[in-house]
Ligand binder design. Structure first.
Ligand code: UDP
Length: 238
């Protein structure tokens, strides 16, 4: 039996992870790939809560830039996260992984309402809890929802899955000399605008001493590596 470094984590997946090769929407093949990894680590006995973004379908901010009321757009964005959550649930259950989708506002015909104590019970019973609809409030992001759920569910870390290998001092796609941080403090990410998560999410993580591990979702085995305590990506803490 492999020794687990974490027993309960929150994995934050951006909507773009579900779009695969496409720029938009949901590509079932792409979901299958990372869901196999999630099912694999869940079978090791790690308790996993997921927070899923919606940017592959709708973002309130982008809609408001085109004239839509911001709050209206944000509710649409939160609904997009529910679609993503149902897609991930489908893929995980097909792999034999027990899951529950829990929404921040009630949609009880499609999913359970998010109730903290019930979510904890699901985690204790080995179910992957998929938290949908963000925080349930406009003007927030799913990164903030991730920091919130991780705090209240007493997760040991936020695993922020991205397209790159960690946090860099500048954009590695534009600058060949960009340096990756092994560790960086919450304050540095804010002061240097390193773009790990938005400021609200970082502040919440900092207030609750929750480390954020930024790593590449698209390298096979990376979720397992993080769970087993291998030093990959960047840890935001301190
Ligand atoms: N959203 C919101 N409140 C929340 C979480 C999300 O209003 O608590 C809306 C917001 O419009 C956001 C969209 O849902 O743009 C999708 O979430 P996000 O942009 O965080 O998704 P990601 O970038 O992770 O795919």
């Amino acid at each position: 039996m492999e020794k687990l470094h974490y027993s309960r984590v929150l994995l934050k997946l951006s909507g773009e992870a579900l779009a695969g090769e496409q720029q938009f929407g949901i590509e079932p093949k792409a979901i299958g790939t990372f869901c196999r990894e999630i099912a694999d680590v869940a079978s090791l006995g790690v308790q996993i809560a997921l927070v899923i973004g919606g940017g592959n379908i709708f973002r309130g901010m982008a809609a408001s830039e085109q004239g839509m009321d911001r709050a209206q757009g944000d509710y649409m964005g939160m609904l997009a996260t529910v679609m993503n959550a149902l897609a991930v649930q489908d893929a995980l259950e097909k792999l034999g992984c027990d899951t529950r989708v829990m929404t921040a506002f009630t949609m009880k015909e499609v999913a359970e309402p998010y109730i903290r104590r019930r979510a904890e019970r699901h985690l204790e019973r080995g179910r992957v809890v998929i938290c949908a609809a963000g925080t349930g409030n406009p003007y927030f992001t799913t990164d903030t929802a991730a920091a919130l759920r991780a705090s209240e569910l007493k997760c040991e870390a936020i695993l922020k899955a991205t397209k790159v290998d960690g946090v860099y001092d500048k954009d590695p796609k534009k600058h060949a000399d960009a340096k990756r941080y092994d560790t960086v403090t919450y304050m540095e990410t804010l002061e240097k605008r390193l773009g790990v998560m938005d400021a609200t999410a970082i502040s919440l993580a900092r207030d609750n001493s929750l480390p954020i591990i930024v790593f590449n979702l698209f390298k096979e085995g990376n979720i397992r590596r993080v769970i087993l305590g291998e030093k990959i990506g960047t840890i935001v803490e301190g």
